[in-house]
Ligand binder design. Structure first.
Ligand code: DP6
Length: 350
């Protein structure tokens, strides 16, 4: 089949500091605003090749490869996503699509890949459609669109398209903030946070018992939902002020409160569920004790899973490494961990 065009983009994962947990009715509208660090080493790399179509029908012709192997489950997820964005991307019906995606982190590491994977795909589509339309969309506009389409694939993916720090969701006092797409927030970042490390301590790589999609929907009946959304707005304002000033202590207090609240909300959902592992709690206790004893700015956050994301400035990396290998490694599944840091966002590979 004749190849028409091909693009490859690398897009990173992100780690939320104030969590998105709960959706309003509509298409992926967050119940509260969130903010995240963009990562560097945990990324997806996606190549989309447009081919001459085999049949003259409006059906999407898609072959999807993950890590070099055809993957039918992911293909179905892509097709669902394409359904929601088809009207904005005529290329989806005009050409055959060959998509090849890989993650830098192992599939079995328990790290959610939807943010990096969906943002990489959305960026490829925006780039290809622009090329076909011979359009040179202004940079700001391009990234805003990429964030918008990423969001339709997976909410947290909206935040992956900007370097260092992204905010997503309409928030009082934040100019340009929107439920529709994330906004770049790097200019509000004190230099100490630009060096931040994120060591992901793999407590368990087992498949999650409850997906984020189901978790979000259980917020609809969670008795603490209203209080939670108020808290998230307050924490967003607080963490932004800490990020601007370089206030590590305030940053850590809010980020850890957000992580614990996220899991508390899961535990008091109906039905209740627990995504923490016993080793997650052992590590949290050790991190708090280590901080108490050394007064070093080492904090943790959690995703919708049992793995710890350890956050600390680069300047204390050696001391934290000693702590990690001396005290935390033993709680990681087969000693597994990933060393990451805040990073500069997506880029075009070819
Ligand atoms: C706990 O973005 O994975 O990581 O929009 O349904 O795809 P969908 O959910 P998803 O939820 C992420 C939840 C979180 C918090 C966060 O990243 O803000």
């Amino acid at each position: 089949m004749k190849e028409i065009k091909k693009v490859s983009w690398r897009s990173p994962s992100n780690i939320a500091l104030v969590k998105y947990w709960g959706k309003k009715s509509g298409m992926q509208i967050p119940a509260n605003p969130s903010i995240s660090f963009t990562l560097e080493h945990c990324y997806s790399e996606t190549t989309v090749t447009l081919l001459e179509k085999e049949r003259k029908s409006k059906d999407v012709e898609l072959r999807f490869y993950f890590d070099g192997k055809e993957n039918m489950a992911f293909r179905l997820r892509m097709l669902k996503f394409f359904d929601t964005v088809a009207k904005d991307f005529p290329l989806l019906q005009q050409y055959g699509l060959l998509i090849d995606s890989t993650n830098s982190f192992p599939h079995s590491s328990g790290i959610a890949s939807s943010a990096s994977a969906m943002s990489a795909l959305a960026i490829c589509l925006c780039d290809l459609q622009d090329q076909l339309d011979k359009k040179k969309t202004a940079k700001d506009k391009f990234w805003q669109q990429a964030s918008h389409y990423s969001r339709l694939g997976s909410g947290s993916a909206a935040r992956s398209v900007y370097p260092y720090l992204s905010e997503w969701g309409k928030a009082r006092g934040i100019k340009g903030s929107s439920d529709d797409h994330a906004i770049p927030f790097e200019k509000n970042l004190h230099k100490v946070f630009k060096t931040f490390q994120n060591t992901i301590l793999i407590a368990s790589s087992a498949e999650k018992k409850v997906s984020s999609r189901v978790g979000h929907s259980l917020m609809k009946t969670n008795p603490y939902a209203k209080t939670r959304y108020e808290q998230a707005n307050k924490n967003l304002a607080g963490v932004i002020s800490a990020l601007k000033k370089g206030d590590l202590e305030k940053f850590g207090t809010i980020v850890e409160e957000e992580a614990m609240t996220l899991h508390a909300l899961m535990m008091c959902s109906s039905p209740s569920f627990i995504l923490l592992a016993p080793s997650t709690l052992s590590m949290i206790e050790k991190i708090r004790r280590f901080r108490e004893e050394t007064k070093l700015p080492v904090f943790f956050t959690l995703d919708a899973g049992p793995n710890i994301h350890l956050l600390y400035p680069n300047t204390i990396k050696r001391k934290v490494d000693n702590f990690i290998y001396g005290q935390l490694e033993q709680h990681c599944e087969q000693g597994k961990m990933i060393h990451d840091n805040v990073g500069s966002g997506p880029f075009r590979v070819k």
